[in-house]
Design a protein. Sequence first.
Length: 429
Amino acid sequence: MTQSTDAEGLPRRDRLAAEVVALRSRQARLEQALDITRLLAAEVKLDVLLPLIATKTTEALAADRATIYLVDHERQELWTRAVSKLEIQEIRLPLGTGLAGHVAKTGVTLLIPDCYQDPRFDKTWDQKTGYRTRSMLLMPMDNSQGDRLGVFQVINKHNGAAFDYEDLTYLKAIAASAAIALENAQLYEAQRESFVSLVTTLASTVDARDRETSGHSQRVAASSEILARKLGLEGDYVECIRLAGLLHDYGKIGVSDAVLTKAGRPTEAEWEQLKAHPRFTHDILANIKFLRGFEDIPIIAGQHHERLDGKGYPDGLHDADLTLGGRILAVADVYDALRMKRYYKPSFPIEQALAIIKQDAGQALDFDVVQALEASIPEIEAAVGHLRPGTEEETELGQDMPVQEEQAPTMAPNGAATGSVAAGKAELG
């Protein structure tokens, strides 16, 4: 029996089998594209999203690497932070320069089988790294309003062949999802920058009321961030702690200038007013709708004068009730309060400040955080020393005042003991 053939003379059974294989391949690519869409839709951080898009595009098109260039309309440049293995940390190039710049400016899609035959290709990167760019697929990426967001650049298919129109169609599907995700990420980043700017401004209004505490909020914030990273924390929680550090004294807007800048020990009534500032901080910040991931700022900021043994204020919280962020802030605040000159005391040198704090480790202050502080002193001083006015001069004063445990100075009214060396010295910090 003779096997039937199609118009091209191929056995129909073979033709059908090939069509089934092609159909399954397209279905697999469609499912992969949907998976990529779901992944991209779940991410709003640009620094995470860019390498995620690059990695998934590289995998989907079986290529060596993919770079996502974004358009900086203000500077008329393309830039990228893609972090695939062969990628440079950040690249910037003028619009219209090179293949990616040409695509960004003209909006055309390019399928290039041999880049070395295209005069627009810049060989500089290859010459620096020894890499050999062969084929390339470039596609513009626009937002829903038709504005240019950036350019996809995919390099070298693994099988050595050039990219084809099937690859082009697949990249279009990925680009559509990527454009939406990138636009959302850029909006989120702009919103976050505005939020951080607002927090920084709020913090500066408190520091501006008292010349001697100028920069205190910035120093506590920077020190807290360093301690958080030393303890292995990362991501939004580190930034949450840093911002809480900026705002930890915001409640002092409820304290009169006469009390806040008094050159001497406060009276009982003044002391109660001062002790209320962490509660004011919490209550004021609790009325702000913080961005997702930063909702704990009011709690962390309001705990910077609490102690593990329950003898802190404003709520007398114990160990189990204190957040890790609050513990970190407490140590950073005490350290900076000891290191800066106040109306009632000189600036203490590093060794003396650390010795005072270590006396309270495990009792008033978290032991692990104090250890992290000791290990981070050089980094902290390098980061905040220039923000601390007159430290060098006042350190010399502090060196003439050796610490004696039986004579632990306190900041309570009328010289009453607070029961904690470090907390006592930092009560007004």
